[in-house]
Design a protein around this ligand. Structure first.
Ligand code: A3P
Length: 280
């Protein structure tokens, strides 16, 4: 397998994110009304993107990830006339500076890191754009060291920690979306300034349910312009189980202990982590 990852500023990226593009992101012409959909990989990005796309009369256009491709990306994103929703897996530190200056709206999705690790493990196994990985044990070691694509989950979430109460930032939790869709959905709609009535919410809940999205993924698979994750355009790789707590089928007691120890060490000051513990 050829080298599918490269390092940029100490973080592993897919080679589909060119160094030239990553270097140029700070000069990306941001628009005030842009919405950034940010997450560590496998946190539910496709789900939230689908939710936003299904809001009636939202007048938005979902673009492909800001960090996917080469330098021509910047021009490509200029072509949109509607309000852009731009997905990315960048941490706060790597996000273009002018997004922060312009106070663009940012939705950051967080998911329980054990489930995220399991989901990313399967992605490594199935996605030809990611390195070959032999065992779950070997993968978990890399995950804990942050030697995986987009770096350490812990550092990624911590980079957002101090911005969790910023007016232009909305934090959404995967587990809360599963538990109470309508509550999380209303947070998203209100944040975007769009009114949605109850029957519309029900319709969106149904259309964006895991089973609906999975069955549609086969048909929609060829649409490369509908790329949400910079690691694949193949939607068949995305919809695996879509549940909370699948980690229990993968972690040995020893792995769980090691994970929890690092979690405590890294996240003991984190409000986001405290909330994650409450809900999962
Ligand atoms: P699993 O591998 O645990 O099934 P992302 O979109 O950020 O790549 O995240 C992918 C994860 O979100 C996968 O998790 C996928 O199954 C899950 N997912 C995708 N759509 C979903 C939906 N509509 N409802 C619940 N989970 C969903």
């Amino acid at each position: 397998q050829v080298n599918v990852l490269h390092k940029f500023k100490g973080i592993l990226f897919s080679t589909m994110s060119s160094e030239e593009l990553l270097n140029a992101l700070d000069s990306f012409p941001v628009r005030q009304d842009d919405v950034f959909l940010v997450s560590y990989p496998k946190s539910g990005t496709h789900w939230v993107a689908e939710i936003i796309e299904n809001i009636p009369n939202a007048s938005i256009a979902l673009t492909s990830p800001i960090e996917l491709g080469d330098i021509s990306k910047l021009e490509e994103l200029e072509m949109y006339s509607e309000r852009r929703v731009i997905p990315t897996h960048l941490s706060y530190d790597l996000l273009p500076a002018n997004i922060k200056q312009k106070q663009c709206k940012i939705i950051y999705i967080v998911r329980n890191p054990k489930d995220t690790a399991v989901s990313l493990y399967h992605y490594y196994r199935d996605n030809p754009n990611l390195p070959c990985i032999e065992t779950w044990d070997a993968f978990l070691e890399l995950f804990l060291k942050g030697e995986v694509v987009y770096g350490s989950w812990f550092d990624h979430v911590l980079s957002w920690e101090e911005h969790r109460n910023d007016e232009n930032v909305l934090i959404i939790f995967y587990e809360e979306m599963k538990k109470d869709f309508s509550k999380s959905f209303k947070k998203i709609a209100t944040f975007l300034g769009i009114h949605v009535n109850d029957s519309e919410v029900n319709e969106i809940a149904w259309k964006t349910s895991f089973s609906e999205m999975k069955s549609h993924s086969v048909k929609e698979n060829d649409d490369v312009s509908h790329t949400i994750c910079a690691l694949t355009s193949d939607r068949n790789l995305v919809f695996r189980k879509g549940v909370v707590g699948d980690w229990i089928n993968h972690f040995t007691p020893k792995q769980k202990r090691a994970f929890d120890e690092l979690f405590t060490e890294k996240m003991n000051q984190s409000e986001l982590a405290r909330h994650l513990k409450e809900i999962s």
